[in-house]
Design a binder for this molecule. Structure first.
Ligand code: PLP
Length: 294
């Protein structure tokens, strides 16, 4: 894919075949330029910066991802491309909905780990998808004495039993709401390899990751430190984040989705059909917040 086919520019291309194993939903895959696509494409060639559009605003406002790029790049251990790998959304919720709308067709199945944040299921239902539930298993002593959230585990054999050839995606939430569990590196490796084997996308909701604490003295550091699934499985992971959670200001409604250009382009197209762009003033404010936080 050329660099011009980032989430914004990808709006103008046929997105049906994202990769050999992943396809976008029909609702976002047909190539159909609307007036805003054409105007934005023309505006992107403008020699003037910033450009002023008094109509619907520019998708290119997502260029705020540029402010965020250094911050997220250090989280991910490599340089992210602001235009093609970071999509700024109207809160994590809208990023999540965009990802579901981008990939889930009516009848497609999505694995949801219980207990879960309630929006997951509502959004899957809105796309006509079918949630397939699997519960985290509490440790056997959970009723007799205090245990750690880390002791709640996913049973991969059970996961194998509930997945069918219609299962397209698994939703992982780490740090997990409501238990607080941080999925360990080895758990993420197992889940990611499972998704890979079944040609499933991994939609990773990490809105609470800045609330995770890590004890540098821990002898098992690599295992217990927060692991971004995308660092292990970039080819199948879309990461959902929330500037609102990072700054305890969820009412500002700024979130983001991070993924490879190929995976992110259909999400950007869905996002443009849902809300077009996240409010630019809030994006700028959050971008400034990240800069000051550094
Ligand atoms: C797991 C999880 N994901 C996403 C969200 C939504 O985040 P935002 O307010 O950025 O839309 C929440 C909010 O409670 C949440 O708990």
């Amino acid at each position: 894919m050329s660099p011009l086919q980032g989430p914004t520019q990808g709006l103008f291309y046929d997105l049906r075949h994202v990769s050999a194993t992943v396809r976008a939903a029909g609702r976002v895959s047909e190539r159909k330029d609307d007036i805003w696509s054409i105007v934005n494409a023309a505006a992107s060639q403008s020699p003037f910066d910033p450009m002023v559009n008094l109509g619907q605003g520019f998708l290119a406002v997502q260029g705020c991802g540029r402010y965020w790029q250094p911050r997220f790049s250090s989280d991910f251990g490599r340089q992210l491309d602001a235009e093609s790998e970071i999509l700024v959304t109207t809160g994590a919720n809208e990023g999540f909905l965009s990802a579901i709308m981008a990939y889930i067709e009516p009848g497609d199945e999505v694995v949801v780990i219980e207990p879960h944040f309630d929006q997951f299921v509502r959004n899957i239902n809105m796309a006509g998808g079918i949630p397939k539930f699997i519960s985290l298993k509490p440790p056997s002593q959970a009723t007799s004495y205090s245990t750690s959230a880390a002791d709640w585990v996913l049973d991969l054999d059970e996961l194998e039993r509930i997945v069918t050839n219609k299962t397209r995606m698994l939703i992982l939430n780490t740090p997990h709401n409501p238990t607080g569990k941080l999925f360990s590196r080895s758990e993420i490796l197992a889940i990611g390899n499972f998704c890979k084997a079944h040609s499933m996308l991994l939609l990773s909701d990490e809105v609470y990751f800045r609330l995770s604490f890590f004890d540098g003295q821990d002898s098992n550091a690599a295992e217990t430190r927060f692991t971004h699934p995308r660092t292990l499985f970039p080819e199948l992971t879309l990461t959902i984040g929330s500037a609102g959670k990072d700054f305890a200001a969820t009412g500002w409604r700024v979130g983001f989705v991070i993924g490879s250009p190929e995976l992110l382009a259909p999400v950007a197209r869905a996002h443009s059909h849902i809300c077009f762009a996240a409010p630019s003033a809030a994006q700028e404010a959050m971008a400034t917040g990240y800069e000051l936080a550094d």
